[in-house]
Design a protein around this ligand. Structure first.
Ligand code: ADE
Length: 247
């Protein structure tokens, strides 16, 4: 996978993404991350990339030409026209299935806006996907792009090692992850649940499944609608709903 990030702050995205698991994957050649500085494509002698909005109003708008030229420089190297994800609170809210879909692409372009927005015409020409990180407003698209790249990268073959990928994940079966414990066995008078020390694998598995169901029921009941549940799960949930659960 090749990730291209159109941004005014290349050092911001590169410093974040060259770290930890994504950084390791990039060094191992499993993916590549290129930050394209939009300012490098300004033809203005002051290297301006923004201007006042037509019609008046507050703030500045990013001009179309440098963005389009930066995008073209990516297309010149690409095999086919890549998808261009414009990060905006006006987009579809990002979720795991979207990451799975994007992970199938060979190349992805992220367009990070700043100021009050981006000239609509360049968006009409190049943006294929409008994605939001959530219903709040950030100062730019860099952090959302980094979040998406992190999430997509860990789905690519070889990026996680065996131990990392064997980890049970939140959103597996659309349920939240069960609680985890490590040493010490007692921490500030709080004991690790007995079942986890029992060595009884079937009981541990059942306990973890029930904890996942309980957490999802308490914290994100909306996820249960799409959860993959068997008969036992449904019976357990029914018990929770009826308030009969003992703890
Ligand atoms: N740019 C500013 N706010 C954003 C958000 N919530 N999601 C994606 N891009 C943004």
């Amino acid at each position: 996978m090749k990730f291209h990030i159109l941004t005014l702050f290349p050092e911001m995205v590169l410093s974040g993404l060259n770290t930890s698991i994504v950084g390791r994957a990039s060094k191992n050649g499993l993916l590549s991350i290129e930050a394209v500085n939009i300012r490098d494509f300004s033809t203005n002698k002051h290297r301006h990339v923004d201007d006042y909005p037509y019609g008046g109003g507050a703030g500045m708008v990013m001009q179309p030409e440098p963005i389009y030229a930066a995008y073209q420089s990516i297309c010149e190297q690409a095999q086919k026209k890549p998808r261009v994800i414009y990060l905006t609170p006006q987009g579809r809210v990002f979720h795991q299935q979207m990451a799975e879909e994007f992970a199938k692409e060979e190349e992805l372009v992220f367009l990070c806006g700043h100021y009050e927005g981006v000239d609509e015409r360049v968006l009409e020409l190049i943006a294929t996907d409008y994605v939001s990180m959530g219903d709040y407003v950030l100062t730019g698209g860099e952090l959302p792009a980094m979040v998406m790249i992190d999430c997509i990268s860990r789905l690519l073959p070889g990026v996680l090692n065996n131990e990392e990928s064997a980890e049970f994940e939140s959103f597996h079966d659309n349920l939240l992850e069960y609680p985890q414990y490590t040493r010490p066995e007692v921490f500030l008078d709080k004991k690790v649940p007995e079942v986890l020390l029992s060595g009884h694998h079937a009981n541990i598995e059942r306990w973890r499944r029930e904890q996942s169901l309980k957490r999802t029921f308490e914290r994100r009941p909306d996820l249960l609608e799409m959860a993959v549940l068997d008969k036992k799960d449904r019976a357990f949930l029914k018990m929770l709903q009826e308030g009969k659960e003992q703890g």
